[in-house]
Design a protein around this ligand. Structure first.
Ligand code: C5P
Length: 412
């Protein structure tokens, strides 16, 4: 018997479709597979099945109203979004999928779906005309790109004596898809923990102003995604970026260097730590609690204080140091020479160096651009890679790190 759901907590969101009656059976099947089930229903779902039936089968109160003081007092929607191991949406109606794809949170179910960072599995169920409509196609593509897992729908007889694609998968198929969310990964980093930092940091001057840099987070996010694809359990500590969270990655959002350092410490231990963030070296020495007024004649002085060096701190750990610590170096001149010196200064195993000068020749510039040309600098020497997409750099870097890790463990 598959034990992947044993002891797992499943948050089941029941949408408003006729297939909701099958979701009652799904509760029982999930529990048979060893999971604890908590149910959230949309208003539409309540037209098809009762909260009482779901509560009787799950053994827990059923939640349905975002603005119900009693529900919020018992357990807020943010806690509902966190206190589980995965979210299953069944049936995922066309309307529910559309709201999810657009980040609409106008009831408890969608507020929870927007607030959660847990793996989400949807079991679409709708009439074939709705399933094949271009709007649903677009929404499905968006949800997939956001990392949402999909089971079904099946083809067959539908409630309205129609037939075609749109029929919700059977409860046991949904259970199997939920189990697959927890199956041990495959790939060169299966069973490994990888930590990645990405993006800039914002260092506040006052409540409305901050010091920052041009990092987009594209390279770091691509590395986190590639490590997840290679089977690793990945934590991405990200500064403020305009990028979606990579699929299958646990993302911790931070603003400042000091928050980033704290989040990194929480995410340890891990086997590989990759510090791709452009951490601000300095922060305003004093953060004003109020907006600084422009009423004086002279501009206010901006005194700076040094931020913690997260990479150097982790590299110097005496116990629990990751087996591979990787730093990045953005240089505008003497790239390799500076990277060599930086590797020794920081105490890391490897430096990924890139030329961020305007003259680097990389189309669009490296900072914020889509492409990168890097040099890998380690104790043995330098390996220079040709210019390529940041995704390709990420893929190749992850493969190189996986090989190094297993080489070390093999005593090489
Ligand atoms: O010293 P520099 O900022 O050039 O070093 C870059 C490398 O160090 C990057 O890997 C970056 O993520 C890391 N770093 C850090 N904490 C800092 C500054 C840089 O982790 N405060």
């Amino acid at each position: 018997m598959d034990t992947a759901l044993r002891g797992r907590r499943v948050l089941l969101v029941i949408g408003g479709g006729i297939a909701a009656y099958k979701s009652l059976d799904l509760i029982r099947r999930l529990r048979d597979a060893g999971a604890a089930v908590r149910v959230v229903m949309t208003a539409g779902a309540r037209e098809f099945v009762t909260p009482l039936a779901a509560a009787a089968l799950s053994g827990e109160k059923t939640y349905s109203d975002l603005f119900d003081g009693e529900d919020e007092a018992a357990i807020g929607h943010i806690r509902l979004a966190r206190d589980a191991d995965c979210v299953v949406v069944a049936p995922a109606t066309a309307n529910l999928m559309a709201r999810m794809a657009n980040g609409i949170a106008d009831d408890l179910a969608t507020a929870v779906l927007l607030a959660t960072r847990l793996p989400i599995l949807i079991a679409p169920a709708m009439n074939p005309a709705m399933w094949t409509h271009p709007a649903t196609r677009r929404n499905l593509a968006t949800l997939r790109a956001d990392g949402v897992h999909v089971v079904g729908p099946g083809v067959g007889a539908m409630a309205e004596s129609e037939s075609g694609a749109g029929r919700m998968s059977e409860p046991l198929e949904i259970v199997a898809a939920a189990q697959a969310l927890f199956a041990p990964g495959e790939g060169p980093l299966a069973g490994r923990r990888v930590l990645v930092t990405s993006g800039p940091t914002h260092e506040p001057i006052d409540p409305v102003r901050y010091v920052a840099n041009r990092s987009s987070g594209r390279q770091g996010h691509a590395i986190a995604a590639a490590a997840a694809r290679a089977g690793a359990a990945v934590t991405l500590v990200s500064g403020p970026v305009n990028l979606p969270d990579p699929p299958g990655v646990a993302v911790v959002h931070v603003e400042t260097a000091r928050e980033m350092e704290a989040a990194v410490r929480v995410a340890l231990p891990c086997e590989i730590a990759i510090f791709a963030a452009a951490v601000a070296d300095w922060r305003p020495a004093r953060e004003s609690g109020r907006k600084i007024k422009k009423d004086g004649a002279a501009p206010p002085p901006l005194a700076l204080a040094e931020n913690p060096d997260i990479l150097a701190g982790v590299s110097a750990m005496e116990t629990g140091r990751p087996a591979l610590v990787v730093g990045f170096a953005a240089e505008t001149n003497d790239v390799i020479e500076n990277a060599r010196a930086k590797r020794l200064r920081k105490g890391c195993d490897l430096i990924v160096a890139n030329d961020v000068s305007q003259e680097s020749g990389v189309a669009g510039g490296v900072m914020g651009g889509a492409r990168n040309a890097v040099h890998l600098v380690d104790e043995a020497g330098v390996e220079s890679w040709p210019e390529m997409d940041k995704e390709a750099v990420a893929e190749r870097l992850v493969a190189a790190l996986a090989a190094r890790l297993s080489g070390r463990e093999g005593g090489a």
